[in-house]
Design a binder for this molecule. Structure first.
Ligand code: SF4
Ligand code: SF4
Ligand code: SF4
Length: 286
């Protein structure tokens, strides 16, 4: 049996998770931003998993990657080798976790924001920041919410408010058929748009053959307080279609609020509930 003492807290901060096996085996979580890796990074992972693990890489539920079966004595070497090849440790515990994001408007035809860029900016500023509890960000390119903005402590979603240009409309009815929430009604030579029903998805702009729907406003919609796990709860919408500066101001204030008000181990949504949504809203939107 090994005589050495393992500093598990240090390992945990760095994204190492001790495995269930009796030997000193660790699973190493890696830092992945928005699920994006280069081919060089993938080659580095393949090499490291063969050299130090079992030649396997596990994809986690939040776009993370883990190399498992790494003996304790090899952890430092593994870390050094990966860092040299631009692959870095992930994190766990009461910290800001890896930021997840979809492809956004660089790739996806429905994308309304550059989700990857926003994810990188959040990661650069907040990744692994120590907080009273874990804190998860998600960035999703449009209200389809493939990245599940509503299941995270703070979710960012692209949005677009459409505007109808009467002179360009032929009343073909395609936008009525394509709107996912029945916010458009076309009758004879009339079109009705219900802003209260509209979820800001921008589908009508994609569908209309005559460009009779145009952009009125676009930006970032912010959800707060979501989580999954043993007691799941969907996030609530804090504000919609803000610009990038306002988005990052709200993120900063949200993190400040969490630092100031949260009890140890608490999730953001629980803190908001305990303190009161209106008080929280006043603090972050002031
Ligand atoms: S959330 Fe929207 S932009 Fe992102 S992948 Fe899904 S459909 Fe595309
Ligand atoms: S799809 Fe365009 S042209 Fe057809 S009804 Fe809608 S706005 Fe008018
Ligand atoms: S933006 Fe989406 S929800 Fe709103 S009217 Fe257009 S298709 Fe419907």
């Amino acid at each position: 049996m090994s005589e050495k003492t393992i500093n598990y807290e240090r390992l945990k901060r760095g994204g190492f998770l001790r495995q269930k096996q009796k030997e000193d085996l660790f699973s190493m979580r890696l830092r992945v931003v928005g699920g994006q890796l280069t081919s060089d990074q993938l080659r580095a992972l393949a090499d490291a998993s063969e050299k130090y693990g079992k030649g396997e890489v596990h994809i986690t539920a939040r776009q993370g990657l883990e190399i498992s079966y790494v003996p304790f004595d090899d952890t430092e070497d593994l870390l050094d080798e990966l860092q040299e090849r631009d692959v870095h440790q992930g994190t766990c515990g009461p910290r800001v976790r890896g930021v997840v994001a979809c492809q956004g408007n660089l790739i996806c035809p429905r994308g309304l924001i550059d989700a990857q860029d926003i994810a990188k900016k959040i990661d650069e500023k907040y990744f692994a920041m120590e907080l009273p509890g874990k804190f998860k960000f998600a960035v999703t390119g449009c209200p389809a919410s493939c990245m599940k903005a509503q299941e995270n402590d703070l979710g960012v979603m692209g949005g677009l408010e459409p505007k109808w240009v009467e002179d360009d409309c032929t009343y073909c009815g395609l936008c009525q058929t394509g709107c996912p929430v029945d916010a458009i009604k076309v009758e004879d030579e009339a079109l009705y748009y219900d802003r209260d029903k509209c979820i800001l998805c921008g589908q009508c702009l994609l569908i209309c053959p005559t460009d009779a729907w145009i952009r009125s406003k676009e930006g970032y919609t912010i959800y707060v307080g979501g989580k999954v796990g043993k007691q799941p709860r969907l996030a609530v919408k804090l504000t919609e279609l803000v610009d990038e500066n306002t988005l990052f101001g709200i993120i900063e204030r949200s993190v400040e609020f969490f630092k100031k008000e949260a009890s140890s181990g608490e999730r953001f949504g629980d803190t908001i509930r305990r303190v009161g949504f209106e008080e929280f809203k006043g603090f972050v939107l002031e």
